[in-house]
Design a protein around this ligand. Structure first.
Ligand SMILES: *Cc1c(COP(=O)(O)O)cnc(C)c1O
Length: 391
């Protein structure tokens, strides 16, 4: 075998696969055992120890995809996020958090950290100095998410990694929106890479899982706590996730290209006020996104004109599904005001830049022409509804 690094689709398809020695089957066999012979005392295999054959095989694939030494698979993205954070934070420690984080992460920190006596500060902005300004003597971790939800802001990976190194902090990223196909933060010096595998890794709206990738040393530290917290993933789902990841490269590349197409179409549309997509040259961080991402991703947001009702628009769509999750092969939309950010006050939403007409769009693998036809007919339907109401 040559030592040339394998291409990303080859990693997706082959790395970590378990050879079927017995029957020579083409794919990894599934081992559902929760009990393994005790003979080999060096490896006590047990699902909650994160070391069954299928768990180990999939971890190798995810580590390779993130250019990391090792990885761990979890029962959800939140199990991965909570375990990674708590592995490096204890009573009296402090963490610097990016201003805009996934709602579940935000809730976990706000609701649980006070119970553990862990201190935290959110940044005011996303520039390097905003992070530096929040560092205290007891700061241990800096946590970012880029591109962010729902406005697709971009945080500078290299700058954050440098700040972390200079101050002896562990840097962590929620890399879910980019996927390992579009962004490998380890190459920029970020220490711990976290994914909700429910999203692009799964990609078919049928798996809930999470993953963490890092150095061997960090993964050992995280796995110590993971065993105690118990957030492991069933081998059956591990096996399904391995299958899903085989097509992640081609799925995500199709989604990148569709999202770019849709962003350009929406931006030129007279009934759309604004489009947030890092692949558009007028995105405030387009140059930074280009420098640290291999593709701009399948997520974008847009603002309908003020006279279009977001709820009515969503109801009028026929192909694109209004739905909670994202990153699947089918296109979905959500109104942050009506769903993910509904609990915030109108003032809080405004301060976060979330307009009432904002629609978050997870672009799937359908033909872009069909997505455009659907959006056109939905806008038309909202218009004629309004005309009927005013006459
Ligand atoms: C969905 C999501 C999570 C949480 O993942 P679960 O698998 O739902 O626990 C975390 N971060 C981001 C960015 C997400 O989109």
């Amino acid at each position: 075998m040559s030592s040339r690094k394998k291409g990303v689709n080859t990693i997706c398809t082959h790395v970590g696969e378990i050879k079927d020695e017995q029957f020579k089957g083409a794919i990894s066999p599934l081992y559902m055992s929760t009990s393994y012979a005790f003979e080999d005392v060096e490896v006590k295999r047990y699902p909650r120890y994160f070391n069954t054959p299928n768990q180990v095989a999939l971890s190798q694939k995810i580590a390779a995809l993130e250019h990391a030494e090792a990885a761990l698979i979890f029962g959800s993205g939140m199990a991965a996020i909570s375990t990674a954070l708590l592995a490096f934070l204890g009573t009296g420690d402090h963490v610097v958090l990016q201003k805009t984080l996934y709602g579940g992460t935000y809730n976990f920190i706000n609701e649980e950290f006070p119970k553990y006596g862990i201190e935290y500060s959110f940044t005011e902005g996303l520039e390097a100095h905003d992070f530096e300004a929040k560092i205290q003597e007891n700061t241990k971790v800096v946590f970012i998410e880029t591109p962010s939800n729902p406005l697709l802001t971009i945080t500078d990976l290299k700058a954050i990694a440098q700040i972390a190194k200079k101050n002896g902090l562990v840097s962590m990223i929620d890399n879910t929106f980019a996927s390992p196909i579009n962004q490998n933060p380890i190459d920029f010096g970020i220490d711990v890479i976290i994914h909700s595998a429910t999203k692009y890794m799964g990609g078919h709206s049928d798996i809930c899982a999470g993953a963490v990738a890092s150095t061997q040393e960090n993964i050992e530290r995280i796995s110590q706590l993971a065993k105690n917290l118990g957030g492991s993933l069933s081998d059956h789902t591990v096996w399904l996730l391995e299958r899903s990841i085989k097509t992640m490269g081609i799925r995500v590349k199709a989604q990148n290209s569709n999202a770019q197409h849709m962003a350009e179409y929406l931006e030129a549309h007279s009934e759309i006020d604004r489009v947030y997509y890092p692949g558009l040259p007028n995105h405030p961080d387009h140059v930074l996104a280009k420098a640290q991402m291999k593709g701009f991703g399948g997520m974008l947001s847009f603002e309908l004109n003020a006279d279009y009702d977001a709820s009515l628009f969503q109801k009028s769509l026929q192909l694109i599904k209004p739905s909670m999750s994202l990153a699947s092969v089918e296109s979905t939309v959500i109104s942050p005001t009506l769903a993910s950010h509904a609990l915030l006050s109108p003032e809080e939403r405004k301060s976060q830049g979330i307009a009432d007409g904002l629609i978050r769009f997870s672009v799937g693998i359908e033909e872009p022409e069909d997505l455009i036809t659907d959006i056109e007919q939905a806008l038309k339907s909202v218009r004629s509804n309004k005309m009927a109401a005013t006459h």
